[in-house]
Design a protein around this ligand. Structure first.
Ligand code: ATP
Ligand code: MG
Length: 702
């Protein structure tokens, strides 16, 4: 079930109300898991649109920043149900990164960036670094990538990095960084860190741009504030200005991205940087039963406290948290799936004909690392239970989708050399590596992009007529396709154009040629068709129902849509309402909730994660503990913790001690004995449900 699927009535407790009504100074809601922080954000958006001092804003004057694209899509859905499709369509609901894209597309020219710049993904960056550093060693390139990213997040450019480099390694990395910067500038491309760093530079150095955005965004709201990093915080400060008004919500106990540079300092700094900050705690958890919440509170109590918080629930004691001990990974998967099957059968008996209680989307299995999903996938497939894996390989990481994205990027920005290389060689069209090498040298010499070089007259001197012919043919085709894509609006026409393009380049054939197993090729082609549908839908023109009124959604051109693709890292939004079990990493489960959750592989070495015994710092253990807290608090009604006795390490099995976090949950101590009134209520409910079920089956038989 996607988060917040429980259609609770739109109620707010007094503290939530206070946060929603607080409009005159910055506001921080600091509270534990499931206390309704995200709900505060959506309701506050609705409030800001209503009349009154400090409010009465137009949708376009509000920006709500979420942690992932998926969370953004979900927030938009929630906003839609509160304020209607028309208004919610105009809200700026996005991640820090997509906000960065918007700023750069509109005003990046002040930094020498063309509006159609490309966004490189991690793979593009690795290959540029391999090339720039003159190595084929992917590990080395990834190491530079990591170092450069950290530097960028500290606001350093290559010359600053070089002057503060402490070792030979760092000096080399800084030199590679310089080449990397030059290439990105030549390609008119930016990487993910630039999407925060460059807007920050833009707003710092260009007052008129800063003023423009401060005037335009009159209220900024930030969800999951505890996971922002230092540059994101600086960007936020510039966006809201001196007396800026914003609403941030977060939970220091759920800060789980320290390894990527997120810092709790941002929480500590807020009251200092904004002395009129109003801090509002929330104490009631509306998500989990007392048994689950107690386990969560017990675990997190072991960490030193940054802010004191209390969290209680009046959803009743509920089922005790269960512990499963399993022999190995396969056994664990079997047991988890068997548990879901029996549990669901009981639910079907108790709540016949109530899919909200029995749907597969009510179930989730969460684990620390992506590779842990596999045995669960196998077991679920064997049991014929539908599932989706989120937080794993994203749709956009699949080779076939990357091929097509390469083409689209080239249409948007002809100077995007990595995209050029991908498109020119996929499928193969008589342009060989040698030709490309010569073209590359030529382009480097004249400091132009590959695409620009291709049409230069003097290129003829360096290439055979045949090679030149294939290059020109490719160039003309790209120009023609770009022209058509720019002038094709709306989903229906977009789909026709995209299918024609795939036919022109014989992409389906290319998939079958490159894959021995026909089934795999067919699956790839299906992904391609999904992708086409997905783009077409984004081109708009569909009729939507907005509270009784039908409106046609705005039509966009294929190029408009292609511009935003690099940012969307998963098709998760499309799957939001599917009736399937969720498999997810703990990191990707942040902010979500499910009625029934299994936390799998809760062993030392996996959670807390460590490569070697004892190679983990106390700070890392604290972060892993917060991850456990996040995991436990995803569950609403039942929670199973499973641990292995032995786990696979490489090819061998090693002893697997249970995670220290299991003892910290203090499950054995139990809670207060079930309140007798509570027990009575539960028994009554069960009897009533049985009676209802009987009555129903009788009406069916008669
Ligand atoms: P997390 O820390 O995990 O992000 P959160 O604090 O953002 O959690 P929400 O996701 O907003 O919490 O809310 C948790 C659940 O409680 C949701 O199902 C939400 O609909 C429900 N909820 C929140 N506030 C209330 C309320 N006042 N009355 C009833 N239900 C509520
Ligand atoms: Mg939340």
């Amino acid at each position: 079930m996607s988060s917040h699927g429980s259609s609770a009535p739109a109620m707010m407790n007094p503290a939530q109300m206070e946060a929603v009504q607080h409009l005159h100074s910055p506001c921080l809601v600091l509270a534990g898991a499931g206390s309704g922080k995200t709900r505060v954000i959506t309701h506050k958006i609705a409030r800001l649109l209503q009349p009154g001092p400090g409010a009465d804003l137009a949708p376009a004057e509000i920006a709500a920043i979420t942690f992932t694209n998926k969370a953004a899509a979900e927030m938009r859905e929630r906003a839609k149900s509160l304020i209607g499709a028309k208004a919610s369509g105009k809200l700026l609901i996005c991640t820090f990164h997509s906000l960065g894209v918007k700023l750069l597309r509109e005003d990046g020219e002040a930094l020498g960036l063309k509006p159609q710049f490309s966004i490189l993904d991690a793979d593009d960056v690795t290959s540029i670094l391999r090339d720039a550093g003159g190595t084929t060693d992917v590990k080395q390139a990834r190491h530079w990538q990591w170092t450069i990213s950290l530097w960028k997040n500290q606001g350093l450019d290559s010359s600053q990095a070089l002057s503060q480099a402490k070792s030979d390694d760092e000096q080399v990395a800084a030199r590679v960084m310089k080449l990397y910067e030059e290439r990105l500038a030549a390609y008119q491309a930016v990487d993910f860190d630039d999407l925060i760093g460059m807007p920050l530079k833009l707003l710092t150095e260009h007052e008129h741009v800063r003023k423009k955005w401060q005037k335009q965004l009159r209220h900024v709201l930030v969800d999951e504030y505890q996971d922002t990093n230092a540059t994101q915080y600086e960007l936020l400060k510039l966006l809201v200005g001196q007396d800026g008004i914003f609403t941030a919500v977060g939970d220091d106990d759920q800060s789980i991205y320290g390894w990527r540079g997120a810092t709790l300092d941002n929480l500590k700094k807020l009251p200092q940087d904004f002395p009129n900050l109003r801090v509002i705690p929330l104490e009631q958890n509306y998500r989990s039963t007392s048994a689950i919440l107690r386990a969560a509170n017990n675990v997190i109590a072991t960490n030193p406290k940054l802010f004191q918080k209390t969290l209680w629930s009046d959803l009743g004691e509920g089922d005790p948290v269960k512990l499963l001990e399993c022999d190995n990974e396969e056994h664990e998967a079997e047991r988890a799936v068997a548990h879901f099957v029996t549990h669901r059968m009981n639910l079907l008996e108790k709540h016949p004909g109530d899919p909200s209680k029995t749907a597969w989307s009510n179930f989730a299995i969460l684990y620390r690392a992506n590779h842990q999903a596999r045995p669960f996938e196998q077991a679920l497939r064997r049991a014929n239970i539908p599932y989706k894996v989120s937080g794993g390989q994203s749709f956009f990481d699949k080779a076939e989708i990357k091929d097509l994205c390469g083409w689209l990027r080239l249409l948007v920005n002809n100077d995007d050399d990595p995209a050029f290389l991908r498109a020119a060689t996929t499928p193969k069209r008589g342009i060989g590596h040698q030709t490309l090498g010569t073209l590359g040298e030529f382009a480097g010499k004249w400091k132009v992009s590959l695409f620009e070089a291709l049409f230069t007259e003097s290129l003829a001197a360096t290439l055979s007529a045949r090679a030149l012919g294939s290059l020109h043919e490719f160039g003309r085709y790209v120009n023609d396709l770009e022209h058509r894509a720019r002038h094709t609006f709306g989903g229906e026409d977009a789909k026709l154009l995209l299918l024609e393009w795939l036919k022109d380049i014989s992409y389906e054939q290319h998939l079958y040629d490159g894959e021995e197993n026909e089934k795999v090729a067919a699956a790839r082609w299906n992904n391609v068709l999904d992708f086409v549908d997905w783009i077409a839908r984004r081109c708009g023109g569909e009729i939507e129902n907005d509270g009784g009124m039908t409106i046609e959604t705005e039509k966009k051109s294929v190029i408009d849509v292609a511009q935003s693709i690099s940012l969307i890292t998963s098709l998760a939004e499309r799957n939001a309402d599917q009736n399937v079990v969720t498999l997810s990493t703990l990191h990707a489960s942040k902010g979500l909730e499910w009625p029934h959750v299994v936390l799998a592989g809760i062993n030392e070495g996996s959670l807390p994660f460590s490569r070697e015994e004892g190679d983990i710092t106390p700070q890392q253990i604290e972060e892993e503990r917060r991850l456990m807290y996040v995991g436990i608090t995803r569950a609403r009604l039942t929670l199973v913790i499973s641990a292995l006795k032995r786990r696979k390490k490489g090819r061998e099995y090693v002893q697997a001690p249970p995670s220290r976090f299991i003892a910290e949950m203090k499950l054995g101590e139990g809670g207060p004995k079930e309140d007798p009134r509570e027990k009575l209520r539960r028994l009554r409910e069960e009897l009533a449900a049985k009676a209802k079920a009987n009555a129903q089956s009788q009406t069916q038989t008669h």
